[in-house]
Write a protein that binds this ligand. Structure first.
Ligand code: NAG
Length: 327
């Protein structure tokens, strides 16, 4: 007969395994709904204890801020000096992007209180805690898509999709993606942009590891993720990490050393049915968890899976809400 101690530890083990299984499945669902006629919350950033949020970017060019369920989302910032509310608010016309702005990714620096923005047309920008018109830090890009601040150095890592096509071109008949995407760094002290990797099968958003030793770089159309080393013997080189279907933005997960990847299986090349998922990976590229979003984001591509205070926030170009999954 097993001793009481063994039975007890088996019982504890059972509780542990069963408990984490049940608590980690993100089965509760909620929506943070955008105002009427506003769509496409593709990205999100949280501002820490005092600022809250989330902030999000939407199709009509605004950056909006969540003010709680009573108020909802309100205007926070914008990227184009020519943008007017009359012309742009609520527009889904992709020809308006060069006038209204088309922010696609956000990253907040909690120490300086600055919100960094990657805009498809207006490049790399920054805006202070008061919001309003953002200041351009670097321009001349065709199609920026991702951004992440290294919280330890203040360096900004960002990516563009292509040297040849813009976001508008991607919806044209016969469009074919190319391999001219880049991964770059902006140094806020020297104000210099350095190209770290080029020839990428573009798109998605990079994420710096919480210890600042590497950056994960996705290739949305290339269906893989690379690891770019910042320090150590392999510094300034990239290595293949894993193949994964159409990875868009990568974000640090709640557990240190882990990341969430927004995955849209069947996006490119186009399949009859798109399967949106959140895939949690560790720093070695091992998949730790997969959460399916196909009930709430049926047949839609997603751009963002971001964990905040034990909840997972999901953003898509094709919804009027940010999905919030919790336990
Ligand atoms: C999924 O979306 C695509 C593109 O809009 C459409 O052609 C297809 O019929 C959809 N599939 C299902 C199963 O709804």
């Amino acid at each position: 007969m097993a001793s009481p101690q063994i039975l007890f530890s088996v019982f504890i083990m059972f509780l542990y395994v069963f408990g984490t299984f049940v608590s980690g499945q993100f089965t509760k669902f909620n929506k943070l709904v955008l105002p009427l006629e506003v769509t496409g919350p593709e990205s999100a950033a949280f501002g820490g204890l005092l600022v809250n949020g989330p902030f999000t970017t939407v199709t009509d060019g605004r950056i909006m801020k969540w003010k709680g369920s009573k108020i909802g989302f309100v205007d926070f910032a914008y990227t184009s000096p020519q943008r007017t509310k009359e012309l742009c608010d609520g527009t889904t016309n992709s020809d308006m992007g060069p006038i209204c702005g088309r922010p696609l990714a956000l990253s907040f620096h909690p120490i300086t209180g600055l919100l960094y923005i990657a805009d498809a047309y207006f490049g790399l920008l920054v805006v202070g805690p008061g919001g309003g018109l953002a200041t351009q830090l670097a321009g001349g890009f065709k199609f920026l898509s991702g951004i992440d601040v290294d919280l330890l150095t203040g360096n900004i890592y960002f990516s563009d999709v292509s040297l040849t096509y813009t976001i508008r071109d991607t919806t044209q008949p016969g469009f074919k993606p190319d391999s001219t995407g880049r991964f770059m760094r902006y140094n806020p002290f020297t104000r210099q942009v350095s190209v770290l990797l080029s020839g990428l099968n573009g798109g998605g958003g990079p994420a710096v590891s919480s210890d600042g030793t590497f950056v994960l770089v996705p290739e949305l159309t290339g269906s893989r993720i690379s690891k770019y080393w910042l320090v150590g013997p392999k510094a300034n080189t990239a290595e293949f990490l894993l193949n994964i279907a159409n990875p868009n933005k990568i974000k640090r997960a709640g557990r240190s050393g882990e990341f969430w990847v927004a995955v849209s299986v069947g996006f490119i090349p186009p399949a009859p049915l798109i399967t949106p998922k959140g895939v949690r990976i560790n720093s070695n590229g091992v998949v730790v968890q997969t959460v399916e979003f196909d009930k709430e984001f049926a047949n839609k591509t997603i751009s963002l899976v971001q964990e905040q205070n034990g909840k997972v926030y999901v953003g898509s170009r094709f919804t009027n809400f940010i999905g919030v999954y919790s336990n």
